[in-house]
Write a protein that binds this ligand. Structure first.
Ligand code: AMP
Length: 296
């Protein structure tokens, strides 16, 4: 695996790698913030299947943290990350500094258009977060110029916004979404899970089991009742505090009133487990032509 710390190095390494392969190489790109786990690795494996060159970036983007302490506490495990990436034969690791990504400083003036998708759920609880995400993904795409971008379903609203941004800005890249990778108890893998107390980790599987259970009650219980029941269930767990449980239209991300009027329905949630904020989602109803998703 080659490691590039600067844009110049990255471009040189890409050129070398494509020459070595003696063909025009398609590039699959996986942007991450590090503290890699098997969820990230699944994105890389999908990219490897579909591309000649796979590039993973690790960059803890300061502009998407609305909470300074979350940025400070964010786990950084670069050495272990590099070993993991190497172990699955990732071609290139891009590990830039803040200055390398934002050489002209951070321009607060540029605002990204997300068609209103940014106002719901995470947007309501993390002001400024999605502008930061748009900024960094746009900039990384500019630097890496991949053919295909791989993102996880774990961050449902994030990939939805990026999908909008790609179309809106006519960025020449294809987006592929990889289903959520979970641990044996159903907890969605996340870099933040390492900060969970053993006790809270033991209870966190209730988040997914509750979302999944909703499938059975879509015919019999109203959207509002289902949301309220899930909120009550999470609130009842000692040291857990839900921020929201929203059953939303999968395209507009707007909360829905009933299931019948929508083809694509997702339930999303954010729950504090102690001082760790966990997010999760589950698709309750999917149209047959969901072409963004990579098949498992
Ligand atoms: P992060 O490092 O948290 O910014 O995540 C980098 C990418 O990995 C994002 O596209 C995430 O949605 C994706 N990702 C993180 N956790 C998972 C998971 N458990 N399953 C699938 N994708 C994931």
């Amino acid at each position: 695996m080659q490691i590039a710390n600067t844009v110049e190095e990255l471009h040189r390494v890409i050129l070398e790698t494509s020459k070595r392969d003696k063909k025009v190489s398609s590039i699959g790109f996986i942007p991450t913030m590090g503290a890699l786990h098997h969820g990230h690795l699944q994105l890389i494996k999908k990219a490897q299947k579909e591309n000649e060159i796979t590039i993973c970036s690790i960059f803890v983007n300061p502009t998407q943290f609305n909470d300074e302490s979350d940025l400070i506490k964010y786990p950084r495990t670069e050495k272990e990350d590099a070993l993991l990436l190497e172990s699955i034969n990732t071609d290139i690791l891009f590990l830039p500094t803040v200055v390398e990504v934002y050489p002209n400083g951070i321009n607060e003036e540029i605002k990204f258009e997300f068609g209103g998708l940014e106002n719901e759920m995470e947007g309501a609880f993390r002001p400024g977060h999605f502008q930061g995400v748009g900024q960094v993904v746009n900039r990384l795409l500019e630097i890496v110029q991949p053919d295909t971008l791989y993102m996880g379903q774990k961050d449902f609203q994030q990939f939805s916004l990026i999908n909008y941004m790609i179309k809106d800005r006519k960025i020449p890249v294809r987006l592929r979404v990889v289903p959520i990778v979970r641990d044996e108890n159903g907890l969605a893998l996340s870099s933040r899970n390492v900060r969970l107390t053993p006790d809270n980790k033991g209870k966190a599987h209730i988040i997914y089991s509750t979302l999944k259970e909703m499938e059975q009650f879509m015919e019999s219980i109203s959207v509002h009742e289902l949301q309220n029941m899930a909120m009550a269930k999470f609130s009842a767990i000692d040291d857990f505090k839900p921020e929201y449980v929203t059953i939303a239209d999968g395209y507009s991300l707007k909360p829905i009133e009933n299931f019948q009027d929508h083809y694509y329905v997702v339930v999303c949630t954010a729950v504090w487990a102690g001082d760790v904020r966990l997010i999760d989602n589950h698709i309750l109803k999917a149209p047959s032509d969901l072409d963004l998703f990579v098949k498992n």
